[in-house]
Design a protein around this ligand. Structure first.
Ligand code: PMP
Length: 353
């Protein structure tokens, strides 16, 4: 029986995506070849990557002043590729959690990476507000959704410098004015597909301005020139990206996604706030629609809740080691039904206390 998968990533994908990906592994579009054994320069794969690139722009509502890349090395590689390509004098970083902090630390290895706001002192329970960045910063970096702490930017900071965002855990979960960003990156393994590819959306006119020499594999301009085929890309992961993007559009795009995600989040946060045995981690106004983090009011009851979850076929809700408790990741592909099952379990947990 299929489990209710609340994993933070790699995470659940739609059943249609798993089915089509499985079929393509055996026989890709009737070619008699697996999608995993065709050349990355074959016409069949070029159609896959080009269609995926076009769909990313279409879904984001962006024009051709942006370029879409499918790279490797995860979001963690982007922590250094961003400063390598964009940081000349100094950059601004908002520190909203472990990942934001890692991004800033990488940039600080070869430039000035100033933390302009941080919620670290309060356990990253909130998103700093009213931050304005202007002047001579090369860019402002934010992490739009903080996977570990369950916080999310619901209003973007004011900035006159290019805005760079790690959207690994909330990309395409809601409509946004994507043209406010100069560069967006996201590891695929949450809302975009399987692990192994990283999507980068970059405004072309931001590139080519730094004086340092950039090694080939870290150079966005070279990857653009080579159409993400400078070296062998993660072909199967990119095929799964395409399937997820097509699925997303078939669901009705970002507006439909947001409604679906809000319905799930409201249901689950509603229960957390009602249930006397549970306490939400993040400040209410900054709560994430993607990662719902909560603790128990009495830690000694943990084994009982774990057993109830297991009996209900719930998987992947253990909290990150730095926060403890529980984290239910409710990404785009998670059905409402799975949240309903979890909420029933939480009610049962209270009834049988
Ligand atoms: N940024 C965020 C917001 C994340 O959630 C993660 C992974 N969970 C990362 C970066 C790191 O991603 P990767 O493992 O793809 O390098």
């Amino acid at each position: 029986m299929k489990k209710h998968n609340f994993s933070a990533g790699p995470s659940i994908l739609a059943p249609e995506v798993f089915e089509k990906a499985s079929q393509a592994l055996l026989d890709f579009e009737g070619t008699g070849l697996s999608v995993a054994e065709i050349s990355h320069r074959s016409p069949a794969f070029l159609r896959v990557i080009q269609r995926a690139q076009a769909l990313v722009l279409e879904i984001a509502g962006l024009d051709n002043s942006y370029e879409v890349l499918f790279l490797q090395g995860g979001a963690s590689m982007q922590f250094l590729m961003v400063p390598y390509n964009l940081l000349e004098t100094k950059a601004a970083y908002i520190d909203t959690g472990t990942w934001a902090n890692k991004a800033q630390k990488e940039a600080a290895l070869f430039g000035k990476a100033e933390v302009v706001a941080s919620s670290k002192a309060e356990g990253y329970k909130f998103i700093p507000k009213g931050v304005t960045v202007s002047g001579d910063f090369d860019y402002l970096h934010i992490t739009t959704n903080n996977t570990i702490y369950g916080t999310e930017f619901h209003t973007l900071p004011q900035t006159t410098v290019p805005l760079v965002a790690d959207m690994s855990s909330d990309i395409f979960s809601r409509p946004l004015d994507y043209s406010q960003f100069g560069l967006i990156y996201a590891g695929s393994q949450k809302n975009l597909g399987a692990s192994g590819s990283t999507v980068v959306i970059v405004k072309k006119d931001l590139l080519g301005k730094v004086s340092r020499k950039i090694p080939s594999m870290l150079d966005y301009q070279l990857h653009i020139k080579s159409e993400s085929l400078y070296n062998t890309p993660s072909t199967f992961a990119i095929y799964v990206n395409l399937l997820v993007l097509e699925w997303l559009q078939a669901q009705g795009g970002l507006h439909a996604m947001e409604q679906h995600n809000r319905a799930k989040a409201n249901l689950l946060y509603g229960e957390i706030d009602r249930n006397p045995l549970l306490v939400g981690y993040a400040n209410k106004e900054d709560r994430s629609l993607m990662n719902v983090v909560f603790n128990l009011t009495d830690e000694s009851t943990k084994e009982r809740l774990d057993t109830l979850c297991k009996e209900a076929n719930i998987s992947g809700i253990q909290g990150h080691r730095s926060v403890g408790g529980y984290r239910a990741s409710i990404y785009n592909a998670l059905p409402l039904e799975s949240v309903q099952v979890l909420v029933e379990v939480l009610k049962e947990f209270e009834r049988t206390a």
